[in-house]
Structure formats: C-alpha cells, structure tokens
Ligand binder design. Structure first.
Ligand code: ATR
Length: 277
C-alpha cells in the first residue's frame, strides 16, 4: 500500500475535545511546511478496533492514543515496542506501509526529554527520586527513571497497594513510602515528580510540605494547567530548579511526528506559546 500525498494523523480518545495534541502537531506541520493534517478522533471503546483498522485505508499514517484507550490498544496493534509492553500502554501508533500497526509508548521519552531540557544539570546517578502517584503516568515515568539509572525510586500513593503492586512489578529499586509520610522522603530526594492530578485547576492541591528540601533537588510536575502549580511555586521559592508538565506533552509527540511525517520537530518557546494558545 502506498501512502497518499497528504498524510493524515490524529489523536484517538473519548472524549477528545480537551486534547492539546491537534494544536501541537498542526503547529509543527505548519512550521515545517508539511502538507499534512492532524485531527481529533472521538472514538468509543466499542468501535476502537474498527476505527483503527479503517484509518490506514483513509490516508492516516499514524495516530496518538489517549484516555481511555491507551491500554486496550495493545490488543489491537500487530506489533508492540518493548517500551509499550513494559509500561502496559501505548500512546503512539504507526501505520506501516505493509499494513501492520505498530504501537509504541513515548510518555517516558517525553518525561525524560523535558527533564533534560528544563534541568540540564540533573543527573540520574545523583540520588533517589520521589514519585507521587501510581497511575498510568507514574508507570511510564518509573520505567523511564529506572532506565536512566536512578538508583532508588521512593514511591508514594494515596492508595498504597497500587504502589506496592508497582514495586512487585518493577523491582526492588522502588521503595514504597506512605502517602501521609511522603514529606519525610523530601529531604532524601534529588528529584521530585508529581504524577497525580493534584494541583491541576479544579482539583485539590497537593499537600506536600517541602521542609527539608535541598536547593539542589529538581522538582517537576506532569500537571500543566496551571503551568506553575503550587508545588512548583513552593519549590522555586526554595531555590530549586522546577520543570513544568507542558514540555512532557510536547516532547512525547516528537517521535510520532518524526515517524509519520519524516521531520524531527523542535520543542521550543514558540511551540509552548502556540500550544498554550
Ligand atoms: P494517570 O494516567 O494520569 O496517571 P490515573 O491512572 O487515574 O491517571 O492515576 C491518577 C493518580 O493520581 C493516582 O496515583 C491517584 O491516586 P490513587 O491511586 O490513590 O487513586 C492520584 N490521585 C488522584 N486524585 C487524588 C487525590 N485527591 N489525592 C491523592 N491522589 C490522587
């Protein structure tokens, strides 16, 4: 099968109106003068497979996948990357010219690329990371941190058994700390990552005391609405380097865009402004 002259990509989710991915990819298409398009695709669970199988025939070269389909898409794809298997979820589909569907997970890549860009002096080897939350985002981030060589991951989650389950799955590098005592781990951590929705506009605040936080610790949030979460504000006031969550969203889109459209796109301030609208 040959791809048509105007390649299409999109983001599959339900609902999909909130997704920033169309703004992201359309910005890149425009910036690099690529005659393609990227569209939101609201797809229910029941029609997921039918739609995904139909997309390549309609001129799509790939798609992103978001909530609630990131896990179920693994059953549909013909080929899974090692990373997608390990994380147990995929966010990027590549419709290959031979008709096969390849599924990958670029969330961990996006997290690490954002961290490296925002905190270039952070080194994985420097010490433990404190990860707050044990949901889907935490899984991808834990895998990425372990891969980068972080010696210990202190993991705190409101529902402790979910953190214990991640420890059982991903190994002894993870030490589960109690949610209500997470502040005790703050002084030990060289990196703090909030992977929960706490601090997002309309959600409760993350109540984590940063007493004892070293100014050398990097603090990052996956929340990007607002860009400066109360956690990041508190950390910045203590002299820490902080990394907001928008960059993770932007960087996770890079590998997909490159595979679909043949150009590796840049993540810079102009892109951040365009996506924020
Ligand atoms: P995502 O894919 O974004 O990680 P998720 O899988 O639903 O979303 O995970 C949400 C995370 O935020 C979980 O760690 C959740 O904690 P629980 O496992 O205890 O549910 C955390 N979270 C959400 N709301 C929270 C709240 N009000 N207090 C503490 N943690 C919260």
């Amino acid at each position: 099968m040959t791809h048509p002259a105007i390649p299409l990509a999109g983001v599959i989710g339900f609902p999909i109106g909130h997704s920033a991915s169309p703004r992201l990819h359309k910005y890149w298409l425009n910036r690099y003068g690529i005659a393609g398009d990227y569209v939101p695709l609201q797809v229910s669970e029941g029609s997921l497979e039918t739609v995904i199988r139909a997309l390549p025939k309609m001129g799509f070269v790939g798609a992103n996948v978001t909530i609630p389909h990131k896990t179920s898409v693994l059953q549909i794809a013909d080929h899974l990357s090692d990373r997608a298997i390990l994380v147990g979820a995929a966010n990027t589909l590549i419709f290959r010219a031979d008709g096969k569907i390849h599924a990958d997970n670029t969330d961990g890549y996006g997290f690490m690329a954002n961290l490296k860009q925002g905190a270039p002096n952070w080194s994985a080897a420097s010490g433990p990371a404190l990860v707050l939350g044990a949901g889907g985002a935490a899984r991808a981030i834990i895998v990425a941190l372990a891969d980068a060589g972080v010696p210990q991951i202190l993991l705190a989650n409101r529902t402790r058994p979910k953190a214990e389950a991640l420890r059982a799955e991903f190994g002894t590098r993870i030490k589960v700390v109690d949610w209500v005592q997470a502040q005790d781990a703050v002084a030990e951590a060289h990196l703090i990552v909030n992977t929960t929705s706490l601090g997002m506009t309309g959600q409760p605040d993350l109540k984590l005391s940063l007493d004892g936080l070293s100014a050398d610790t990097v603090v990052t949030d996956i929340v990007y609405k607002p860009l400066r979460t109360p956690l990041l504000e508190q950390a910045a006031a203590r002299g820490c380097v902080t990394v907001d969550g928008l960059g993770m969203l932007l960087h996770q889109g890079v590998p997909g865009f490159e595979r679909w459209f043949g150009t590796r796109p840049e993540v810079d301030d102009a892109l951040r402004a365009a996506v924020l609208g």
